[in-house]
Design a protein around this ligand. Sequence first.
Ligand SMILES: C[S@@+](CC[C@H](N)C(=O)[O-])C[C@H]1O[C@@H](n2cnc3c(N)ncnc32)[C@H](O)[C@@H]1O
Length: 240
Amino acid sequence: MNASSTRDLASPLEASGGTELPDAFSIEDEKFDQIYPPLVRTLSSIFWTPVAVAAEAARLLVTRPGARVLDVGCGAGKFCLIAATLTDGRFTGVEQRAELVSAARDAAAQLGAAGVEFLHANIMDVAFADYDAFYIFNPFEEHLHGHKIDSAVPLSPELFERYTSYVSGQLGLQPLGTRVVTYMGYADDIPACYDCEATFFNDDVKLWIKTREYDPALERLGLTTRRSYRGSQGWAPPRR
Ligand SMILES: C[S@@+](CC[C@H](N)C(=O)[O-])C[C@H]1O[C@@H](n2cnc3c(N)ncnc32)[C@H](O)[C@@H]1O
C-alpha cells in the first residue's frame, strides 16, 4: 500500500482528540507498528489493539488447536496478526475499509503469517456460525463519539444500532460455551445469554461466555443495548 491509498485516513491528532495513550500501549507496540505505513501506524494507539492485550485475548479465545476466531472490524489486522503468531488458532478479520484490509494483507505477507485471513466486507455480510470464538474492540463506537478513522464510510447512530443488533443476534445463536473477548467499550453487542466470566487490564478486557439459551423476547426488553457487567470492582451499570 502506498501513501496515496491512505489519504482519507484522519491525522493522529484529529483521530485522538488529544487523548492519552492507553495503559496497555508499550514499546512493543512502537516496534510492531513499524510494519504499517505511516498513517496506519499513527492511528494505532487509538484504534488498534495493543500487543499485550492481543496476546491475552488470543490465549482466552483459543481453547483448542485450530479454533476459528473472528475479529469483528479488524482494522489493519493487528489483533489477528499477533494472535496467529502466538497461538495455533485460525484468525479471520473482517473490515469494511479497503485501505485497512490492504494494510493488513501487506503486513501478513511481510510477517509470513499463517493461519490468518482478511475479508473486505461489512460485518452484516458475515455468518458467525462459521466461527468458534470472537474478538470485539469497539468496532461501532465511531458512530456515536468523536474519534473517527476517516470519512470513507457512513457513520450514524442508526447504523450503530443496526450493527450492534446484528452482532448481538449472531452471538446469541452461537452454541453454549462460546467465548467472546471484548476490549474497551460498553458491551452493547453482547446478548444477555452471555456472562462476563473474567476481566483483565483494569477491566478493559472482558471474557464473555454463553451460559444460557438465547431468548429474543428478553433481548427485546433492551438488555442487548443496556448491558451491565461484572468487573473487578463489582457490577458496573449500563451506560444508558
Ligand atoms: C477500533 S478498530 C479495531 C481494529 C482491530 N479489531 C484491532 O483490534 O486492532 C474497529 C474497526 O472496525 C471497523 N468496522 C466498523 N464497522 C464495521 C462494519 N460494519 N463492518 C466491518 N468493519 C467495521 C472499522 O473500520 C475499524 O477499522
